[in-house]
Ligand binder design. Structure first.
Ligand SMILES: [Zn+2]
Length: 198
């Protein structure tokens, strides 16, 4: 089977809003006893601190996804620093947690071979590990969510990385993903993957 002896970590970007989608995702994760990671935006944590606390209270990881979702590979160092630092601060203010990982928006400047030196330096100053992903569900692409054509593409991505045994799966906090998450989790289990804690 595709997932024999292999594990996946579920990760959700661009939260904590919309809150209704977040609540639905959290509910599904709870029902399946899954712990996931959430890469949140500082400006949304500022608007919805209670939603950020909800993520933490349910035992999930809350991590840094910048303040306003810019392309950090193109931003000057002072902007990169501001984006990451402000987000560290607001997450700590809201939840008491200091994030340990940064996922740069669009993965820009964060992929091996294409690391942005300013991002690397700022992340290091803030003790943040730069994290991208292994499987891009493209759940944001129309039709949004994790429908059959997405599943086929995801299966192909797993097949193309035969030797890997742990995959980070990128999804987003949005209604269509929340809707399709229960069936996607079933699919992962059917393929034989273990859903690991981040
Ligand atoms: Zn994002």
């Amino acid at each position: 089977m595709l997932g024999d002896g292999k594990s996946v970590i579920l990760s959700f970007d661009d939260g904590p809003a919309p809150v209704s989608a977040l609540e639905s995702i959290l509910q599904t994760l709870q029902e399946n006893e899954i712990k996931a990671e959430f890469y949140v935006l500082g400006n949304e944590v500022e608007q919805y601190p209670e939603a950020a606390r909800m993520i933490v209270r349910q035992g999930h990881d809350i991590q840094n996804h910048s303040w306003s979702h810019p392309d950090l590979a193109k931003a000057p160092e002072q902007d990169v620093r501001w984006e990451l630092e402000q987000t560290q601060n607001i997450i700590e203010d809201a939840t008491g947690i200091v994030p340990t990982k940064i996922r740069p928006p669009y993965g820009a400047g964060g992929f091996r071979g294409h690391m942005d030196p300013e991002l690397v330096e700022v992340a290091s100053d803030l003790s943040l590990t730069i994290i991208t992903w292994d499987i891009d569900t493209e759940d944001w692409r129309a039709p949004q969510g994790l429908g059959p054509e997405k599943i086929q593409n995801i299966e192909t991505q797993f097949t193309q990385q035969q030797r890997k045994i742990l995959f980070n799966i990128l999804m987003h906090v949005q209604p269509a993903t929340a809707r399709d998450l229960p069936s996607f989790i079933s699919q992962l289990k059917e393929w034989g993957f273990i859903i690991a804690e981040p």
